[in-house]
Design a protein around this ligand. Structure first.
Ligand code: SF4
Ligand code: SF4
Ligand code: SF4
Length: 813
């Protein structure tokens, strides 16, 4: 304070006083206290004085409230606690006989702004006196430079360069020494930069000034947020000053409740670039200390939010063409390319169509490879960016192609923030390809498996529901109705449980039983061989992972766009880059009906006839004979010239593959496959669990057959499916007891005798078998606290009282 009398007994330093309060609960303060200063230390001091019993506490501040540096909340709460604020007053002298008795103050007025930017206090000569017992000086602190040579400091802080070094080589400073008195958080931040500079000095011989490349957008106005709902900020509950003083040193501010915190967090508008942690340009700009203003040019303000999966911001595009190449060379669609020139260049589908009306299948590969924030996925609402996600490699369970997915996990919040693929993993079955389902469907199942177990519609404990499920056994008229996405381990566990508890039960599958005759036919034949992906996919121009050689594809009764989307992508790529031939027999060629593809649409029920004609024609062309099978086409609706063209393409191929859907006539389609060079084929199941389930469960029935012969089945056990998805109705379930074990509920599930929630596919552990017969690992993603459990754990629990040993953890099998 630098006023006479400040050495009297009863004059305290603010920090020392607070230290005493903290360490010595019996500290005394007197009845009347004056606190000099206007910062947060002054606020702590005056409020602590009130808590120690001082009746009259005055804060003397030499400027007005407007200039006061203390937080508003502190000033307001101090006022509520009875602290008296005297603005525009400065201490002139402290008087007393050994102890403080009074403080003489001078009234001030505001003059011109000083170096701090605030209006400076100017003495008026007018004085007044406050009778006090204690004076607390909370007027700031400084550095003790008594041992530092004068040429190294200016009395307030050290002489320091922008790179944190001082005139003494190798001596760096940070914190208050570098900035003068400031808050601790600034000192900590500067400490990081100073350490960085010091490290550079030690490793490169020179200090380094901090550089972090950031873009700050300053041209935003209310109109940019017009579509954002206005909601009020949450505040902590207010406790009156009286109540606070009644429990003097008890914590009273408990912060926001959990609900308030969640509500408040939802107000976040995610104003930053979603690619902040992934943008390579930003990283390089930081590393190389780029000054982009030197290269400023025209901007193209083109932002598109035209589909549900990702947005395009051409203002951030650096025209690197990675997305164009990825779409063309890996995804095989060439849905986008550049248009216009120079600063006007844009990335666009052909003819400036929007994405929804282009060949884009929303596989998301372009967003993954874009090195900047020009193509960014729409993340789940309000989910923050994540700098360092945990990567869990798993296999997509949405079809049996078996794409490897990298789940990017936010472990703290038990959720997936995005799905990427590993384009450099030679072990990945599809070489880093995936489709829209694998990329984005994780969002759809985030809430699955979160309902309670129930008995006849009433919530129940897990153990009661498991016991009720187990109490169905033993019975002789039970059938399991199995969904399409069970893991190999789940199917095995079910078989073990059935053998233990319901040995005469019937297994039925909701889908893919149409392949049973095809599997039986394949088992009999020696002239065909199951293809592998490596044998059927052409090499990707951007990588040599896929070194296959297929030069023609015969597809029969398939719809790969819907059921195995990555196969569509591969076939399009192969046709585009390798000029592979494509012959399609069936109803829905979808995106494969492109370019030179030959599409044959037989009349309903005439597929076998067309296949026989095609086989005959291929054989004739191969034998260099004239095609005599045209008359076989009679009544099929297929034109002879189309059949001849198809047969010619297939006969000419050295490495053809036949892709077979469930409805294909078994003998005729294998005859056709056998007539082609190599005899390679692939059965295109739809369910990720079907390859194992259908192939390894003798006697399995189509659920549809079961539901027509259901008179004999008094007990139905739906596993991995709901009654509705399995084709059942309330009428068809009348008079039966049934249980539903599923990750989703449904109206009929809620009426089940037993309903048990299972975890969704994204949280399963185990394995599946893909189309080429490879066993692939499935690894669980987020560790959520859901009510649902894994099927294996559920069956292990049910089997335990009967001394059945079913592995609860599939990975440990
Ligand atoms: S989402 Fe897939 S198909 Fe669409 S443009 Fe991107 S890479 Fe091409
Ligand atoms: S990958 Fe990104 S930056 Fe590169 S051309 Fe495509 S949109 Fe532009
Ligand atoms: S093709 Fe099948 S396995 Fe691959 S990502 Fe799509 S749905 Fe999943």
């Amino acid at each position: 304070m630098r006023v006479p009398g400040e050495d009297l007994e009863g004059v305290l330093g603010g920090i020392n006083f607070l230290y005493d309060v903290k360490t010595n609960p019996s500290v005394t303060i007197g009845r009347r206290v004056a606190v000099v200063g206007g910062g947060n230390t002054a606020m702590d001091a005056c409020r602590s004085a009130r808590r120690l019993g001082a009746e009259q506490v005055s804060v003397l501040y030499r400027r007005s409230r407007e200039e006061m540096p203390a937080d508003n909340i502190e000033i307001e709460e101090a006022t509520e606690e009875g602290v008296n604020f005297i603005y525009l007053a400065a201490p002139k002298a402290i008087e007393g006989n050994g102890n403080v008795e009074r403080i003489l103050c001078e009234r001030m007025q505001l003059g011109e702004p000083d170096a701090s930017g605030r209006r400076s206090p100017v003495p008026t000569g007018e004085t007044f006196v406050l009778e006090v017992d204690t004076v607390i000086a909370a007027v700031g602190q400084g550095i003790d430079f008594s041992t530092v040579p004068a040429e190294l400091h200016d009395g307030r802080k050290m002489k320091v360069g922008k790179d944190y070094n001082t005139p003494l080589p190798g001596v760096f400073v940070c914190g208050d020494q570098q900035t003068g008195p400031k808050i601790a958080i600034e000192a900590i931040g500067n400490g990081h930069w100073a350490a960085d500079s010091l490290d550079h000095y030690l490793t490169h011989g020179t200090p380094k000034k901090p550089f972090f490349y950031d873009i700050v957008q300053t041209d935003l106005g209310p109109e940019d947020f017009a579509d954002v709902e206005r909601t009020t900020q949450e505040h902590v509950a207010h406790i009156s000053g009286e109540k606070r003083l009644a429990a003097p040193f008890k914590e009273y501010s408990k912060g926001l409740t959990e609900e308030q915190t969640l509500r408040d967090a939802k107000r976040c508008m995610e104003c930053g670039c979603p690619d902040v942690f992934e943008c390579k340009l930003r990283k390089f700009a930081t590393t190389h200390e780029v000054q982009p203003e030197k290269l400023a040019g025209a901007h193209i303000e083109k932002f598109e939010d035209a589909n549900q999966y990702y947005v395009r911001n051409m203002d951030k595009c650096i025209l690197c063409a990675k997305c164009v190449r990825a779409c063309d060379e890996i995804s095989g669609f060439h849905a986008i390319d550049f248009a216009k020139r120079g600063f006007e260049s844009v990335l666009t589908p052909h003819f400036f169509n929007d994405m929804e009306h282009s060949d884009c299948t929303f596989c998301g590969l372009c967003t993954q490879v874009c090195p900047v924030g020009a193509l960014t996925e729409k993340r789940v609402e309000r989910w923050p960016h994540l700098e360092d996600p945990t990567i869990v490699k798993t296999t997509c369970m949405l079809c049996p192609v078996g794409c490897e997915l990298d789940l990017n996990l936010d472990r703290k919040r038990s959720r997936i923030v995005r799905v990427t693929t590993d384009l450099d993993n030679p072990e990945a079955p599809t070489g880093g390809s995936c489709c829209v389902k694998g990329r984005y469907a994780f969002k759809d199942v985030a809430d699955d498996g979160a309902f309670d177990p129930a008995l006849k519609g009433a919530s129940s404990s897990w153990s009661d529901a498991v016991a009720a499920f187990d109490a169905f056994a033993p019975c002789n008229d039970a059938a399991f109705v199995l969904g399409p996405s069970l893991t190999t381990e789940e199917v095995r566990a079910l078989k073990e449980y059935a053998a233990l508890r319901v040995p005469n039960s019937q297994f039925s599958a909701v889908s893919d039983t149409g392949f049973i005759p095809l599997l039986n036919e394949a088992a009999k034949r020696k002239d065909v061989v199951r293809a592998t992906y490596a044998s059927m996919t052409g090499p990707s121009p951007s990588s040599d992972i896929r070194c296959g050689e297929a030069d023609a594809y015969l597809l029969v009764g398939t719809n790969t766009d819907e059921d195995q989307p990555v196969l569509t992508s591969w076939l399009r790529r192969s046709a585009r880059h390798r000029k592979s031939a494509l012959v399609y027999i069936g109803e829905t060629p979808g995106l494969l009906d492109k370019g030179e593809a030959v599409v044959l649409h037989p009349e309903a029920g005439k597929e076998a006839q067309v296949l026989t004609a095609l086989t005959s024609a291929v054989k004739a062309i191969t034998a260099k004979e004239s095609v005599a099978s045209i008359e076989l086409l009679s009544g099929t609706g297929v034109l002879p010239e189309d059949l001849e063209k198809a047969a010619g393409l297939l006969a000419a191929a050295k490495h053809p593959v036949t892709l077979i859907g469930a409805e294909a006539p078994a003998k005729e389609v294998f005859d056709a496959a056998a007539a082609l060079a190599g005899g390679r084929y692939l059965l295109l199941f739809k369910g990720s669990g079907s390859v194992e389930l259908i192939s390894a469960t003798p006697g399995i029935l189509p659920t549809a057959t079961l539901s027509t012969a259901q008179k004999n089945m008094g007990t139905l056990l739906f596993v991995g499916t709901t009654p509705e998805d399995a084709g059942f109705t309330a009428d068809s379930l009348t008079g039966k007891q049934y249980a539903v074990l599923s990750s989703v509920s449904s109206p009929l599930s809620e009426k089940a005798d037993v309903l048990l929630p299972l975890l969704p596919w994204i949280e399963k552990d185990g394995s599946i078998t893909n189309l080429e017969g490879r066993a692939l690992s499935v690894r669980r993603g987020p560790l959520t606290k859901k009510t649902g459990k894994s099927l294996c754990a559920l069956l292990a629990e049910a089997a335990l009282p009967h001394k059945g040993r079913i592995h609860a953890n599939p990975v440990a099998r």
